[in-house]
Design a protein around this ligand. Sequence first.
Ligand code: PRP
Length: 211
Amino acid sequence: MITIALSKGRIYKQSLPLLAAAGVEPTEDPETSRKLILDTTQASVKLVVIRATDVPTYVQFGAADIGFVGKDTLMEHSSHGISEMLDLGISRCRLSVAYPADAKNNGKRQLKIATKYVNIANRYFATKGIQTEIIKLYGSMELAPLVGLADCIVDLVETGNTLKANNMVEGEVIANISCRLIANNAALKTRHSSINELVEKIGAAVNNSAK
Ligand code: PRP
């Protein structure tokens, strides 16, 4: 049995054609079903549909053998017990620092940064030698500078429309983001051939879709 963990929404929708090309099609739609474990057209492959931030945890502890997860979520999580196998080339965006368009450098010694990516932000600003106070939020990061909660944000930018609509500008790009296929290290050793066979099929689907 191979269990694949992935999140509802954009990653799920964009992953479906890749999975289908690898011969794996869910027999139910997670958007309408309340089931958390979905059967697929392959009796030996199941899908678990969970929150994006939980995908690395399921794979790390072997509750799922394979996961589809954004590079942002992966960078924020410990990589212990996990191998990144493929760049799936879907859900592309940037993880960037963004500021209010009218921000002034008023000589503050400590920048207040609102983000859900606390670990990434800490690492990034530490390497730049900038003192920060990180404020953890769970969504709508763009609001924080508008209401004086933070000087800037670290968040995903795709079209830039959310920043523009809130009179903010994109600053430094911390990382280019896309969805990655990860695998549990122990499963890679003990069930090498079955897992590798599926990863190779998905990899071929990625290459074909890029043509
Ligand atoms: C993401 C991200 C930005 C927005 C960027 O939010 O956090 O707010 O998309 O996209 P854009 O550059 O195309 O405007 P999402 O809608 O995924 O919800 P979230 O606030 O829960 O992260």
